[in-house]
Ligand binder design. Structure first.
Ligand SMILES: *[C@@H]1O[C@H](CO)[C@@H](O)[C@H](O)[C@H]1NC(C)=O
Ligand SMILES: *[C@@H]1O[C@H](CO)[C@@H](O)[C@H](O)[C@H]1NC(C)=O
Length: 305
């Protein structure tokens, strides 16, 4: 340790004497494996990571529960990825740099369900990435042994993992219905019956099934998702509140009034907008129906429209 420090001071001293930029000294020092950082064998990497919240409870097909508490890793180029089913996904840079990146790519959150099938495990609320949190979707695929087979980043800070396991090779291994308590199965039966009897629409059917999966604990309710969604930024506010709707409506009404004014001013007849589709009619067809000469001699109208 003392020798290392002496060497560090020597290197700093040398670089201070020469014209080398500050970065040069840094580069030399990091070649030495050091005792301060991530690679300290006495300080396990994982203990340095601070999870934002606890993972969701273990849920889904019972035969997968035995994976809970285990971890599977994959080294790809300079990173080691680690998937701990029903717990987390982490990433560890494999270098001797003192500030090697180690991070949480997601904490077990909820299942993805499609077509009566568990199609993926969502791990969310990972380390910050710009204004969002890193998140990972883990697909379960049939394989000879348990292994993390593939990792990619299809969009920024959203990771896609493939985990192979013999536990999902049976064609019914990931079906949702058999995992449900009987009461929820009866509810599901009723929902299907109502759809068949056309008492509910396909959209209503989707919505009822979603609620049912939330009750089972497979999906999180929108309130439970809120922290993640809010991190999506101001854009995600949209029409969520009545206040926003009123504002948007007021602005659209003003715009319609302005456009109508333009049409009137130029003697172009228009139909009263009763539906949104009429806006298009107003914008394109009516002027086209007029003699083209009138429009051509009127650049002001075209520019404004
Ligand atoms: C990830 O999950 C594993 C397995 O349960 C656990 O030992 C580890 O502490 C977790 N890591 C983080 C950063 O929460
Ligand atoms: C839905 O799942 C069934 C098996 O459960 C399968 O036969 C069918 O092809 C799937 N449909 C779609 C659209 O994925």
């Amino acid at each position: 340790m003392a020798a290392g420090l002496a060497r560090l001071l020597l290197l700093l001293g040398l670089s201070a004497g020469g014209p080398a930029p500050a970065g040069a000294a840094k580069m030399k020092v990091v070649e030495e494996p050091n005792a301060f950082g991530v690679n300290n064998p006495f300080l396990p990497q994982a203990s340095r990571l601070q999870a934002k919240r606890d993972p969701s409870p273990v849920s889904g097909p019972v035969h997968l529960f035995r994976l809970s508490g285990k971890c599977f890793s994959l080294v790809e180029s300079t990173y080691k990825y680690e998937f701990c089913p029903f717990h987390n996904v982490t990433q560890h840079e494999q270098t001797f740099r003192w500030n090697a990146y180690s991070g949480i790519l997601g904490i077990w959150h909820e299942w993805e369900i499609a077509n009566n099938t568990f199609t993926g495990m969502w791990m969310r609320d990972g380390d910050a990435c710009r204004s969002r949190s890193r998140q990972s979707k883990v697909e379960l695929a049939c394989g000879k042994s348990n292994r993390l087979a593939h990792v990619s980043e299809p969009s920024t800070c959203v990771y896609a993992l493939t985990f192979e396991t013999p536990l999902v090779c049976h064609p019914h291994a990931l079906l949702v219905y058999p995992t449900l308590p009987e009461a929820l199965q009866r509810q599901w039966d009723q929902v299907e019956q109502d759809l068949a009897d056309e008492l509910i629409t396909p959209q209503g059917h989707e919505k009822l099934l979603r609620t049912l999966f939330e009750d089972a604990g497979y999906l999180k309710t929108p309130e439970e998702n809120e922290p993640t969604q809010l991190e999506g930024g101001p854009d995600s506010l949209g029409f969520e509140t009545l206040e926003n709707c009123r504002k948007a409506h007021k602005e659209l009404s003003k715009e319609i009034k302005r456009l109508k004014g333009l049409l009137t001013q130029h003697g172009i007849p228009y139909t009263r907008p009763t539906e949104t589709s009429n806006l298009e009619h107003l914008g394109h067809e009516t002027p086209r129906a007029k003699s083209p000469e009138q429009l051509r001699g009127d650049p002001g109208l075209r520019g404004s429209l």
